[in-house]
Design a protein around this ligand. Sequence first.
Ligand code: CAA
Length: 240
Amino acid sequence: MSRIALVTGGSRGIGAAISKALQAAGFTVAANYAGNDDAARAFTEETGIKTFKWSVAEYDACAQGVAQVEAELGPIDVLVNNAGITRDAPFHKMTPQQWKEVIDTNLSGVFNMTHPVWPGMRERKYGRIINISSINGQKGQFGQVNYSAAKAGDLGFTKALAQEGARANITVNAICPGYIATEMVMAVPEKVRESIISQIPVGRLGEPDEIARAVVFLASDEAGFITGSTISANGGQFFA
Ligand code: CAA
């Protein structure tokens, strides 16, 4: 029986690459998404991976979504908390709404998704939680007080929960992608993006597959001695 993996935000961007890489590695994959029905449909047609719609920002929806995935596919062995949004603005222009939306999705979303899968993982004495944080949670970023705060919070979450999961053979790790060639990064104004690329020693944006490979590594049975850790994949832009 193959292991079951659930990837949030799993039908687009880095999440789509993660879903496909886990499938290629032999996992049965469920991809959650929040809003883009067309992208989800196209993703399922292309890959055969089932998609499930709910917002990670809503606790009850997450509990129901997890129950639905488990009813259709079986108990979740691997949870990849990948779903994330940006609402960039300099702090003096940032609205409470922009703060709240990013915290609700990028930080509380990790709680909302992990909480319902946790009791089953504890009972079965096996689990892999992989949180997709960000280079900007490590170093901070102009225009991203909300996002940097949430992503730094994800790293604290990872280190604390790793200690609680260890005895039950549940690992909790984080990956901090740098700037990856996705719609999210392409939405940054071109001039700003060019200046960011000039700060990346390898001289280019990363590819979604370069994050997905790290997820597959952490998701494997063989990675059981790695927990509470953070893998940086940023082309040398920042050394934590
Ligand atoms: N450092 C210092 N100053 C900066 C700056 C920086 N990094 N970036 C912009 N500024 C300055 C500008 O030079 C400008 O100064 P002047 O007014 O003196 O010319 C000022 O800030 C811009 O002020 P505005 O009021 O015009 O700002 P704005 O409302 O247009 O917003 C912004 C600007 C939204 C912050 C825009 O600069 C931006 O989008 N920056 C990119 C933020 C970023 O890196 N986001 C990452 C998205 S990808 C992602 O999040 C994935 C991941 O995990 C890596």
